[in-house]
Design a protein around this ligand. Sequence first.
Ligand SMILES: NC(=O)c1ccc[n+]([C@@H]2O[C@H](COP(=O)([O-])OP(=O)(O)OC[C@H]3O[C@@H](n4cnc5c(N)ncnc54)[C@H](OP(=O)(O)O)[C@@H]3O)[C@@H](O)[C@H]2O)c1
Length: 298
Amino acid sequence: MHLLITGASGFIGQALCQHWQGQHQLTLVSREPAAHRRPGKGRQPHFVKLSQLQDLTPFDGIVNLAGEPILGRRWSQAQKQRIGQSRWQITARLVDLLSRSQPKPRVWLNASAVGYYGWHGGEALDETRGTIAPGFTHDICARWEELAQEASQWGARVCLLRLGMVLGRQGGALAGMLPAYRLGLGATLGAGQQIYSWIALPDLLRALDFLLKHDECQGAYNLTSPQPISQADFSRQLAQALGRPHWLHLPAGLLSLLLGERASLLLKGQRVLPSRLQAAGFAFDYPSLDQALPALLR
Ligand SMILES: NC(=O)c1ccc[n+]([C@@H]2O[C@H](COP(=O)([O-])OP(=O)(O)OC[C@H]3O[C@@H](n4cnc5c(N)ncnc54)[C@H](OP(=O)(O)O)[C@@H]3O)[C@@H](O)[C@H]2O)c1
């Protein structure tokens, strides 16, 4: 298939491009295509700017991952706008390009996040069960999903990817934690009872393959392992997998002081289950963290 991928230079995008290299023809969207030229004369990834595209006619499928990092900067009102608009504008632009395409791409995989459900205690949430708690992360994801879903009016099969914390050594949350944990500075954060819904990067890549290939799949999918875990257990298991001690505790107040409202990403959570993905026949290679960590850290 010929696939267009936005956010291709990011943590998930890079891993996906590597995974699909040789299997699919890839056109990659970046705000700065020239920044991704590889040194030497070898084959270059095909990066373009979104503004260079007149329509989406050449593509069989779209994978839309782009957006301002969530944790990167303090959540001022301006930064919250940037987080939302960076996702919404690209998605709306892609749908506009889709409307002008003939023929049109058949499939559209659009990133979203478990933040769609808002912050919860231990209540199990899947795509059909559970309440949605209002708030910033829900607002971002709900609008993002709504815009992407418009592609279905033009005949595309839209899958909304409610991603949990993606664990890979190359980037994202795990890569951010590793330096501290390697120094023996892994910590319980606040009460430690907040639930983290996570997915191992190799399972995510296989799940994206699955959704791309299964024509019957459409709508929202939780891309999370079937075994979410409390922050305290996550932290203990990570320290143990690295052979490091685990004794530190960071009080919630200190984290809030350091990170502002962003601390909610660490101090709150939600127990999200991948019910629709499993019902569709997808099997996880790494359902539990104690299976995933040794493979990810190898
Ligand atoms: N990683 C996770 O655990 C996780 C969990 C839940 C949801 N997600 C969502 O999945 C998507 C991919 O995640 P990721 O971890 O791969 O993200 P990432 O590493 O931060 O990469 C996102 C990409 O989006 C582009 N981008 C950044 N800021 C932008 C802006 N202001 N406007 C337009 N484009 C911008 C960048 O590409 P260029 O600089 O080349 O333009 C960047 O490579 C994100 O939207 C994220 O919110 C990720």
